[in-house]
Design a protein around this ligand. Structure first.
Ligand code: TYM
Length: 379
């Protein structure tokens, strides 16, 4: 089997997550580390207990800091290229939990520059419209408005530019080529852009923890090479797997292929139509055969989505899995369970997004952390 392709811009093929740990030089989140987190936080998020967040760098050091009563900060982001889909919720739902458990400051970078530079066909005004919509969806997760700063690169750049030039001076084109696969036809904006994605790891002097899917890892590899030279700490990461597309467990969900994704804006009918029509099933060809042989939840996308986040109750999930394997639960019934879960999640998300309009100013400009950030110039 050919190796899967995993870059910050593309995920193709069947991802071998254990191999990625070896290739990227990260570590598996061990049972012992999970135990320490459970003790510290009083519970374990299902994305940890179910190994959706499965790999890390220096998470042990982060836990050590928290155990000793010291502060850390959290950094994550979103690239506004098309509408947000439910895969994007994975890091934000998990980050919300992390902020609640640690009380840490959170920085959310909205990379309008990145998406303009990387998407040939996109105009800056399209990107800005998508960015504003993404910001509402992010706010809808319920972060603490005084401990969270959400910023667009094109706006906050005036406070970041000096330090960005120092970062850029430490990285040469040959590193960029080998880490990101840049070529001679890559535009020069794209070559500079990673400097800006690395910079928020230096926003505070304490340890930075980055929750994201493992596709963002190349940035952090370069960050870890240069951080200490610039007088900062290497950033720690906690990496998730990819929520698979509706059409099968290969690759990652992408809004560029809307029929493979559930968008946060999809209405109830659209959700039902997409799941019923496209969700790859692990069931048998006929009801009779299914009753006799049972289904395979390991490749059944509806079951996989329930297990990633939409059925948080372990007992219920186990029951669904057992019933599917035994043939008691049919593929259509599995899909129906997912449709209901998705629609109730999306209806909540829409309600909270309506409320989010009122909070934009606070998260971006007037909340306690935002005000401090606009008064801070990084050098
Ligand atoms: P972007 O917009 O591609 O993705 C935003 C976040 O969602 C994660 N993600 C997924 N997670 C699980 N399943 C999926 N199918 C899936 N698709 C996307 C991504 O890993 C990411 O965490 N360059 C970044 C923006 C960024 C950023 C950051 C991300 C700037 N600074 C710091 C993480 C941490 C981007 O374009 O993300």
């Amino acid at each position: 089997m050919a190796d899967a392709i995993i870059t910050p811009w593309e995920v193709k093929g069947t991802v071998d997550y254990d191999k990625l740990i070896k290739d990227f030089g990260t570590s598996k989140i061990s049972a012992e580390l999970k135990q320490r987190m459970k003790k510290l936080f009083g519970e374990l998020h299902v994305m940890l207990s179910r190994d959706i967040y499965y790999s890390h760098r220096d998470l042990d050091a982060i836990i050590g800091e928290l155990e000793a009563g010291r502060k850390i900060f959290i950094y994550t982001g979103i690239g506004p290229s098309s509408e947000m889909h439910i895969g994007h919720i994975i890091p934000f739902a998990f980050t919300k939990w992390l902020q609640e458990k640690t009380g840490a400051n959170l920085y959310v970078q909205v990379t309008d520059d990145e998406k303009f530079l990387f998407k040939k066909e996109r105009k800056l005004e399209d990107i800005e419209r998508i960015a504003d919509d993404d910001i509402l969806n992010v706010i809808a997760q319920g972060f603490d408005p005084d401990k969270t700063f959400i910023f667009k690169d094109t706006e906050y750049i005036r406070n970041m530019y000096k330090l960005a030039t120092r970062i850029a001076k430490e990285v040469n084109f040959s590193t960029m080529k080998s880490v990101f696969g840049f070529t001679n036809s890559t535009n020069v904006g794209m070559i500079f852009y990673p400097t800006l994605q690395m910079e928020p790891t230096f926003f505070e002097n304490s340890y930075c923890l980055i929750p994201a899917a493992i596709d963002q890892d190349p940035y952090w590899r370069v960050q870890r090479d240069i951080a200490e030279k610039l007088g900062y700490r290497k950033a720690a990461q906690i990496h998730s797997k990819f929520l698979p597309p509706l059409t099968g467990i290969e690759g990652k969900m992408s809004a560029s292929h809307p029929d493979t994704a559930i968008l946060l804006s999809d209405d109830e009918k659209t959700v039902e139509r997409k799941v019923m029509k496209y969700a790859f099933s692990g069931g048998q060809q006929s009801v009779e055969l299914h009753r006799k042989l049972g289904g395979n939840p390991d490749v059944d996308v509806s079951f996989q989505w329930l297990s990633y986040m939409f059925e948080p109750d372990d007992k219920k999930l186990k029951q669904i899995e057992d019933d599917y394997r035994s043939g008691k639960l049919l593929s259509g019934e599995m899909k129906q369970i997912l449709v209901e879960k998705l629609n109730s999640f999306l209806s909540e998300q829409r309600k909270r997004k309506e409320q989010a309009h009122k909070l934009v100013e606070k998260f971006m400009y007037t909340g306690a952390l935002a005000r401090k950030m606009w008064d801070t110039y990084y050098e």
